[in-house]
Design a protein around this ligand. Structure first.
Ligand SMILES: Nc1ncnc2c1ncn2[C@@H]1O[C@H](COP(=O)(O)OP(=O)(O)OP(=O)(O)O)[C@@H](O)[C@H]1O
Ligand SMILES: [Mg+2]
Length: 262
């Protein structure tokens, strides 16, 4: 069977901070419709890879091809307009805005409105806004009844796991071709994390390609088609969950000796 087309590809992607090489000559690929995970010990360089792809930092060297175009060094808003959305390891919601408003922020890269249009507000802008509100509501409903019924709550007043969910909703709102999630279950209890990963599967089933950073290994193994493993910025392994699980280098770097005998 032919493989799906490559959506994202990094080539020799490198980023140094002073004397520290946080990401070192990294090559990896995400194909359309995959769930690919990046794993590795603390400080391995996972979030830096996201920061490079999403334009928060320019790479020191290397290329980032997205749909065949080199996006390395583009500013975050430009990257977003190319079709990449992300969440952050630590939440970045607008705490005093409502749930619905936070999701609408995610639509901004799709709404064509600008400051002048906001002032004179021609009818088509109002219509686009109404459509966006309706779409935002549908998105919240898709992500579960709880968030949907709390759409007028302030983000700050949501339970922690629901705030994580809202971050996901906001990233999905721009209908990205690639959705990048940085430790979305961080800080959740095991049952919340399990529910969340079930949801990630459903999001994937709705046609989202996902690049996931996740600390919880059982979660990663269950949900990913392929896994790339980083250690000190270097790729030390990649493959299917089964391949990665059995790889000596991964066991040494990440899983610990106990996992080898489990
Ligand atoms: N802006 C920065 N300035 C200096 N050093 C940085 C910066 N960002 C990351 N680093 C360093 O780069 C290395 C990789 O960090 P990164 O946050 O990418 O790791 P990570 O794999 O996401 O770790 P964790 O699992 O703890 O989230 C670390 O040593 C970190 O201290
Ligand atoms: Mg990180």
């Amino acid at each position: 069977m032919a493989q799906p087309p490559v959506l994202l590809e990094t080539q020799a992607l490198t980023r140094s901070f002073g004397g520290l090489t946080a990401v070192d000559n990294l090559d990896f690929v995400v194909r359309k419709d995959e769930i690919v995970s990046l794993i590795g010990p603390n400080g391995a360089g996972k979030s830096t890879v996201f920061n490079l792809i999403s334009g928060i930092y320019p790479p020191t060297a290397g290329r980032i091809l997205f749909k065949g175009v080199n996006i390395a060094g583009l500013k975050p808003d430009r990257v977003e307009r190319q079709g990449i959305a992300r969440t952050f390891q630590t939440l970045r919601l607008f705490a005093n805005m409502t749930v619905l408003e936070n999701v609408l922020v995610g639509f901004h890269s799709r709404l064509k409105s600008n400051v002048i249009e906001d002032l004179i507000r021609p009818p088509w802008v109002a219509r686009a806004e109404r459509d966006a509100v309706e779409e935002a509501r549908q998105l919240l409903r898709m992500l579960g009844q709880r968030l949907y019924t709390q759409q007028e709550f302030r983000a700050a007043d949501l339970a922690y796991a629901d705030r994580r969910l809202l971050e996901l909703a906001r990233a999905m709102a721009s209908q990205p071709d690639l959705l990048m999630l940085d430790e979305p279950t961080a800080g959740m209890n095991p049952s919340e994390a399990a529910d969340f990963m079930e949801l990630i599967r459903r999001v994937h089933d709705r046609g989202f390609t996902i690049l996931l950073i996740e600390h919880n290994l059982s979660v990663v193994m269950g949900v990913s088609q392929r896994i790339t493993v980083l250690d000190y910025g270097l790729k030390i392994s990649e493959g299917t969950p089964d391949e990665v699980r059995r790889d000596e280098r991964v066991i040494e770097a990440y899983l610990g000796r106990k996992a080898a005998t489990a």
